[in-house]
Write a protein that binds this ligand. Structure first.
Ligand code: UDX
Length: 440
């Protein structure tokens, strides 16, 4: 039974609140079902009517472990979705803003959705008699809540932050694939604001959580998110760099990672070497922090190196395949894995896609399989060979590339085919006969 299931049928002693969530992407939807599961009355708002209908039909618009089950339990009871922002704001006391802040060139983040939503919420607050608290969950660079969020809310509402409405910056730390577990069992909750009453209101929502709640200034809360992701990304690029050296010396990086990870000052997490980090957060957030830092006249050497190492890992993988085959043109290559990690259907910034693009350029013949990630990739590359299952991809090919750590890839019959592993999926005594790892 999943951990969050222990909340099932439990009497909650907190004062349940009326909460609206603007943006039903990854963060907003998990926040919405999580808060509904805790007994709050939640309205999820999105401009995408199709998505709203889907949620109201209790169907998950994204794949995430446990999400479908929780939608079934909460929708129609204390969770609903709507496109009507006004009704949702007027009937709730707290609104979480979970809109996207995508990257532009040079890592700048786009704030147009954030500006639009703050303006629209502000207009509605004009009519609101009771005090409302706006909670920013979207990842925004330090300073954004004060320079963009509050002025937009104040201008559109004609009201004053602190006196008439509250604002809190509450970053999220959810990992795709275990987002609900992370929601119910956070390591810490960060609440940033210059208004203690706003913080007190949001603290109430999280009163049943056992973890430390850190109260900070706005900018500190914003920076904690960037610094946390940059630290984790640094650990990955660090172990990849160590791995690149180990590989040249015939040393198994996994043993080295275990040996250093047992030092409690280092810790074992995020020391799995491979083709590098992808996803919607690490590449974008580290780049945005680099850009911000350069703007401020500081050259962030470590963060630049983290990105450089990460960019090079797929090239190292390609080199291994090319060396093993003696060229790529016309070669039959199995691609096992498209998503940036297992447990998700998300292919954003996936290293697998950079590798595939290069194989296509070199005119290799690809046989592709991923249990979750094929639909989005088919729209990008419609003319490639997508296989019904992983074994079929292996059987058609002369070399196999493992690019996502889906557990099912461990149990295939690889025979004597060369397998190049970019995700470190096998225990050292269970590796295929003809096998190479990217850093081991
Ligand atoms: C991350 C953060 O962990 C989360 O706190 C934040 O809120 C959002 O970004 P996520 O992107 O879902 O979460 O995935 P995560 O598990 O952190 O992995 C990110 C990438 O790093 C993946 O491509 C993964 O394969 C890679 N990774 C992770 C490694 O290469 N080695 C590791 O040891 C760990």
């Amino acid at each position: 039974m999943a951990d969050y299931e222990k909340y099932k049928n439990k009497e909650r002693k907190t004062n349940h609140m009326n909460i609206s969530i603007s943006g039903t992407g990854y963060v907003g939807l998990i926040q919405g079902v999580g808060l509904a599961k805790l007994g709050n009355k939640v309205i999820c708002i999105d401009i995408d009517n199709e998505k709203v209908q889907k949620i109201n039909r209790k169907e998950a618009p994204i794949y995430e472990k446990g999400l479908s089950a929780l939608l079934k339990q909460t929708v129609g009871k204390n969770l609903k979705a709507t496109t009507n922002l006004k009704k949702a704001i007027l009937s709730t006391n707290i609104t979480f803003v979970c809109v996207g802040t995508p990257s532009m060139v040079y890592g700048r983040i786009k704030l147009h959705e954030m500006e639009r939503i703050c303006h629209d919420v502000g207009e509605i607050l004009k009519e609101k008699k009771t005090k409302h608290v706006v909670v920013i969950k979207s990842t925004v660079l330090p300073g954004t809540t004060e320079s963009t969020v509050i002025p937009n809310l104040e201008n559109a509402s004609g009201k004053k932050f602190g006196k008439d409405f509250g604002v809190v910056m509450n970053p999220e730390f959810l990992r795709e694939g275990s987002a609900l577990e992370d929601f119910f069992h956070p390591d810490r909750i960060v609440l940033g604001s210059s208004d203690p009453r706003s913080i007190a209101a949001v603290k109430q929502i999280y009163s049943k959580f056992k973890c430390p709640i850190i109260e900070t200034k706005f900018k500190e809360a914003e920076m904690i998110k960037y610094a946390a992701n940059s630290m984790l990304a640094t650990k990955i690029s660090f172990i990849n760099e160590v791995g690149n050296i180990c590989k040249r010396m015939g040393i198994d990086t996994n043993t080295v990672a275990r040996g250093i990870g047992l030092d409690y000052r280092i810790g074992p997490q995020f020391l799995v070497s491979g083709i590098g980090f992808g996803g919607s957060c690490f590449p974008k957030d580290v780049l945005a922090l680099v850009h911000k830092s350069l703007e401020l006249g500081y050259h962030p050497r470590i963060l630049r190196a983290v990105l450089d190492v990460n960019k090079d890992q797929p090239l190292r993988f390609l080199d291994l395949v090319e060396e093993s085959l003696g060229g790529l043109k016309g070669k039959r290559i199995a691609i096992l894995g498209l998503t940036f990690k297992a447990g998700t259907d998300d292919v954003r910034e996936s290293a697998s896609l950079s590798i595939i693009k290069e194989f296509i350029m070199q005119q290799a013949k690809l046989y592709i399989y991923d249990p979750m990630g094929m639909p989005p990739v088919k729209t990008l590359f419609p003319h490639l060979n997508y296989m019904k299952n992983a074994q079929e991809a292996v059987d058609q090919s002369e070399i196999v590339c493992i690019l996502t750590e889906w557990p099912e890839f461990k149990a295939l019959n690889y025979g004597t085919k060369m397998v190049i592993d970019g995700k470190n999926i096998f225990d050292s005594d269970r590796r295929p006969q003809n096998y190479q790892g990217i850093c081991w």
